[in-house]
Write a protein of this length. Structure first.
Lengths: 709, 408
């Protein structure tokens, strides 16, 4: 037994639940008499819905397959070796579950090393090796192919990536060292760093070929046949593979510098993975692959034992798994069909909602408002957006015609809503107005219709309280921009029944939104946390800390934008309004900033001007600010802000606003764009010691988003 | 409006290697539609001069048109093969003569002027779709004695043919079968067959069958080179106790697909496409269903008559070997020796296999190769028997012959 086999056996014992991938070796005669060929098929025995992954048992199987073909190659029994996958899937890399359970640095190191050892043996065979990327290929799947002499890719491939940096790892089975040496540093940086940090952007088959990762591209219909014919031609010398010379000069350094710039702009140094990957790419310039592999092993082990990766995997699982099975949602079978949607209001928010319902549900959507002009404007907005989609070829003319035919606007609610199953209001945020609207709607809507409110801060229960049937009112809180942010807070009022709730979750699923069940508590989840967060920043500023210090203080968190830029996006007036609401509910923790009130009163849209291209404090705003004389450092500011957030989340969990801390994190990731490496926020608060300092305990049990005990 | 009948030509034909039907067969985990799709794609790759947009029709035959052989295969296979959406397609069925009928149907339309260039072929995955799957014969066939009960069972109809021609003995049938295997093996050795085969990737997930994972099929699975009279003598006669028909002197149950390009001669020449055979005439005929193997004789009579030719004018024969007895009855009828060199030069279905509705184009592809090699031959024919008592014959002219295209 080789040492690699022993290493893998030990690793496999740590991970008994691995879905083990087989590495089938099958022999075939290549066309044109090119000779006997061994083709390895990676297959975990399930269909494409359970993609093939690599855990230690899987690597051991591949290792055994390499034992076999190594012997055959040495004996001259075969002229080449190929690797391909089951239908639609090549291999999607390391099994993350196997990474989550690792507790010791040495075990993490062993996983990295053994992957390298197995893949390197493929590269060292006495015959040429070929990878046929037939379907989805990610991470270690891509890397096994990078160790081969040649690669082909299917034009039909939907997803190809090295997503490690996105999760908090580095491509550590050869990706960082091999890819820049194959396609040059600039392209490698774009695949490893830029795509990963851009919401894990995937490559399609054509791009894989154009980037030079694959030497040939074939259509999906007979991809494997054409790959094998191509293989025969390569082996016979009838096809020569030419790859452009890699620029090992300044271009390499520039690419790495560009990668650092991208990483800085995305994570502001807050997550180590991208930087570790760039270090290895930088060092790979000399072409010393083994040194690169060793550096990968080390980086992999360090990152696996670090908090950012665990947070990343935690966040990934929240978005991939928890988001699909919302905690506390009633049984699906209780949901009522929704065949027509009513929207009360025809303003911008209402129009955006109308467009979303229209596109996803493809049922009639009717807008109402108080005068014809507003109604026409709302419908006009939807039509214009449909035309934009058409112009961008996102939909065809038939679909555009269909969607336009489905949207209408009327003044008379009775006419519009008498056969609507789901009616959502997006009128002015004022409880009296909303109660009035729902009373009017109830008078004309069918008995089974769900009444939904897009309120961001008013009480759903109070809104429903004056209705004959308050049990059908549900909160349906979207986040701006509605088309982009996935989160939908579904609010259960005191009297909301299961049927209404189930219908709301059913609609959310069709809208392709991430629905989280939230108690009817002031400002629900995201706005409450963001308001506390922003409020504390504002407090610090009001007390005397310079704006730029306060802003810089939270940069290390790697949030999508600075607090004051976010305030500008939300609108200072709305920010002020929400802070007033929360101040009424929790005056001891939520303040209303006089400075913010002054900015709103002055009609300013934000704190900054952008005349120089960069945000600079608007002198008019600066003149309005009345600051105290307590000047905090960045560190002090950060501690105060994080303490406030930890306290607020602790209280929300006590109040039962959501089922678990996981839902808070899911909300922040999908509703506020908070980064994966923070795991939303609670894993970060736990690992930085904030939770214990403030609440006396961690939010999450050891191992949930951290190295297990 | 004045109308001119146009000459129709066979441009090119390919096929998948044929497999043995059943759980151990090479195509057990391969879809039927994928087989024909891959054949069509290879055909297009081999003929880059044919602009796919100019294809007027895709006619694909299958006997059992359900599942992966259903859904109007000609249309769906066209889309799956990547043909432009503007290219229409349909399915066709005349059991064993499916692909042959696909060719004649589109040929008729080309002659009429409805099409310029067409893809015609067939597929049968007898492993996924065993003969008789889902059939529901009208009870009147039996109650009114419209056909003999044996008519639905092809092996029995072959035994019936032995009854009708007692001089065609099992010995003669076996001798014929041995020669078919020998000729096929020789054709393989000389590379005559492989040049028109499309390699097919196949998956096997059953370790009991053999190596698992993806493999590549580049040769016919059913062939049994080295078959001897002795080895055939011991085989069972499954259709009748002490009968004559065995697995050795009949084609097996097989999986495979074929595809061809049929075009007007004018279109082919204008577009720089090869002209491998020129269509002379075709005919179909019916006989008593219980002796369906006799069908090629009246069909050939009709086709010869329409062409104004006699059997002496035909110097190459591609006869589908559903059963040796059926070939021998044809040869006897025309006084051709069992081992006549003009007949099935590359061997036949007894060796290669007979995936029902696909076989017609295999005969044509092989005849086209023989025309190329033997320019001295002016006329050849492809013929086959068809279930429920039919025969089908197509007569072709060799464009490489010095007098080709002229009057006889």
């Amino acid at each position: 037994m080789s040492t690699t086999a022993e290493l893998l056996k030990g690793a496999a014992e740590l991970f008994p639940d691995e879905v083990v991938t087989s590495a089938h070796v099958r022999h075939l005669d290549l066309p044109f008499g090119a000779g006997r060929f061994a083709l390895i098929t990676l297959d975990n025995g399930f269909d494409h819905t359970k993609p093939t992954t690599f855990g230690p048992g899987s690597l051991a199987n591949l290792n055994a397959a390499v034992d076999q073909v190594e012997k055959e190659a040495a004996e001259g029994a075969i002229v080449g070796v190929g690797v391909t996958g089951k239908p639609f899937i090549f291999a999607v890399g390391a099994d993350l579950k196997g990474v989550e359970i690792l507790k010791k640095h040495e075990d993490a190191l062993a996983i990295g090393k053994s992957g390298h050892e197995v893949f390197k043996r493929l590269a060292a065979l006495a015959v040429p090796t070929f990878a046929y990327y037939n379907g989805a290929a990610m991470g270690g799947g891509v890397e096994v192919g990078l160790h081969c002499s040649y690669r082909t890719v299917s034009k039909a491939i939907p997803a190809f990536s090295l997503p490690e940096v996105f999760l908090g790892l580095v491509p550590g089975w050869g990706g960082c060292a091999l890819l820049p040496n194959l396609i040059g540093a600039e392209r490698a940086v774009s695949v490893i760093i830029e795509n990963s940090l851009n919401q894990n952007r995937q490559l399609k088959g054509k791009q894989v070929f154009e980037l030079g990762i694959a030497d040939a591209i074939f259509e999906g219909a007979d991809f494997l046949e054409q790959s094998l014919i191509w293989t025969a031609n390569v082996l016979k010398g009838d096809v020569t593979v030419e790859r452009p010379e890699v620029d090992r000069g300044e271009a390499w350094d520039q690419a790495v510098a560009k990668g650092r710039f991208i990483a800085d702009s995305k994570v502001h140094g807050a997550a180590p993975a991208a930087y570790r990957a760039l270090d290895i790419i930088e060092a790979a310039k000399d072409g010393d692959l083994q040194a690169g592999f060793d550096a990968e092993d080390k980086a992999l082990a360090d990152l696996i034992m670090g908090g950012e990766l665990r947070s990343g995997i935690y966040a990934f699982n929240l978005v991939q798994k928890r988001a699909k099975r919302p905690a506390g949602a009633p049984d699906k079978s209780l949901a009522r069909p929704v065949t027509k949607v009513g929207v009360v209001g025809a303003g911008l928010m209402a129009s955006q909602l109308a467009l979303l319902f229209l596109r996803r549900l493809e049922v009639p959507v009717v807008l109402t408002d108080i005068d014809q002009e507003r109604v026409d404007k709302g419908v006009g907005y939807v039509h214009a957006e449909i035309d934009k989609l058409l112009a961008k070829s996102r939909i065809n003319q038939d679909k555009a015609n269909r969607l336009k035919g489905l949207v209408s606007g009327v003044l008379d609610k009775a006419e519009g809503f008498s056969d609507a199953d789901f009616i959502i209001e997006a009128v002015f945020e004022e409880i009296g107005v909303k109660q009035q609207v729902f009373a009017e709607v109830e008078a004309v809507a069918p008995a089974h219709a769900i009444l939904a409110t897009n309120t961001s801060s008013l009480s759903v229960s109070e809104m429903a309280s004056k209705l004959k049937h308050p049990e059908r009112v549900v909160g349906f809180h979207f986040f701006n921009p509605v088309a982009i942010l996935p989160l939908l807070e579904i609010v259960r009022g005191e009297q909301t029944d299961d049927a209404a709730l189930a219908t709301a979750f059913g609609v959310a699923r069709k809208l392709k939104k991430t629905a989280v069940l939230v108690k009817d508590a002031p400002a629900f989840v995201v706005n409450r946390i963001l308001t506390r967060f922003m409020g504390e920043i504002q407090n610090v500023i009001d007390e005397g800390t310079p704006v730029e210090v306060a802003e810089k203080a939270v940069e290390p968190l790697g949030l999508p934008m600075s607090p004051l830029v976010l305030l500008e996006l939300v609108g200072p007036a709305i920010g002020l309004h929400v802070s007033e609401t929360l101040n009424r509910a929790f005056p001891e923790r939520f303040t209303v900033s006089e400075n913010l009130a002054a900015v709103v009163k002055a009609g300013k849209r934000g704190f900054y001007v952008y005349d120089s291209g960069k945000p600079e404090l608007d002198p008019e705003v600066a003149a309005l600010l009345k600051q105290g004389d307590v000047v905090l450092t960045e560190e002090q500011t950060r501690a105060r802000v994080l303490d406030a957030v930890a306290q607020e989340i602790g209280l929300m969990l006590q109040e039962g606003v959501v089922a678990e801390a996981q839902d808070i994190d899911l909300c922040l990731i999908t509703g506020a764009g908070w980064p994966f490496h923070l795991g939303g926020i609670t894993p970060y608060l736990d690992r930085e010691g904030v939770s214990e300092r403030v609440n006396g305990k961690k939010f999450l049990a050891q191992g949930v988003a951290s190295v297990p005990a | 409006m004045p109308r001119t009948v146009r000459d129709v030509v066979f441009v090119d034909g390919v096929r998948t290697p044929f497999g043995k039907a059943g759980p151990k067969g090479i195509y057990h985990e391969t879809r039927a539609d994928d087989l024909v799709v891959k054949a069509i794609r290879e055909l297009l790759r081999r003929n880059p001069a044919l602009d796919p947009k100019k294809i007027d029709e895709v006619a694909i035959a299958a006997t059992t048109q359900i599942g992966d052989q259903g859904l109007t295969l000609g249309r769906t296979a066209g889309i799956l093969a990547g043909l432009p959406q503007s290219v229409p397609g349909y399915s066709i069925d005349r059991m064993c003569a499916g692909a042959l009928t696909a060719v004649t149907s589109v040929a008729g339309s080309i002659a009429f002027g409805a099409y310029d260039a067409v893809i015609a072929g067939g597929v049968e995955h007898m492993g996924r779709h065993p003969m008789g799957e889902g059939v529901d014969p009208n009870p009147r066939f039996v109650s009114e004695k419209l056909v003999d009960e044996s008519a639905l069972f092809m092996g029995m109809t072959a035994e019936n043919l032995h009854d009708r021609y007692p001089h065609i003995t099992k010995q003669r049938a076996d001798e014929y079968a041995v020669r078919s295997q020998e000729k096929a093996a020789k054709a393989y050795a000389n590379g005559k067959i492989q040049q028109d085969l499309v390699p097919i990737s196949v998956r096997n997930t059953n370790a009991e069958v053999g190596e698992t994972g993806w493999g590549l099929v580049t040769a016919d699975e059913p062939m049994r080179p080295g078959t001897t009279l002795e080895s055939l003598a011991s085989l069972k006669t499954p259709f009748r106790v002490h009968g004559n028909v065995t697995a050795g002197n009949a084609a097996g149950l097989n999986d495979g697909a074929t595809a061809s390009i049929i075009a007007s001669e004018e279109f082919a020449r204008e577009n720089g496409l090869p002209v491998k055979m020129r269509l002379v005439s075709y005919a179909f005929a019916g006989v008593e269903p219980e002796v369906m193997g006799y069908g090629p004789i009246p069909a050939t009579e009709k086709a010869l008559a329409k062409a104004g030719l006699s059997i002496e004018d035909i110097n190459l024969f591609e006869i589908n070997e559903a059963f040796a007895v059926q070939v021998l009855s044809f040869l006897d009828h025309y006084g051709i020796a069992d081992d006549d060199a003009r007949v099935n030069q590359y061997g036949g279905a007894i060796a290669f296999g007979h995936p029902l509705a696909s076989s017609g184009v295999r005969l044509m592809t092989q005849l086209a190769r023989q025309f190329e090699e033997q320019p001295e031959v002016r006329y050849g024919l492809t013929t086959m028997c068809v279930g429920f008592g039919m025969g089908a014959t197509v007569i072709w002219e060799n464009p490489h012959h010095k007098d080709a295209g002229g009057s006889k």
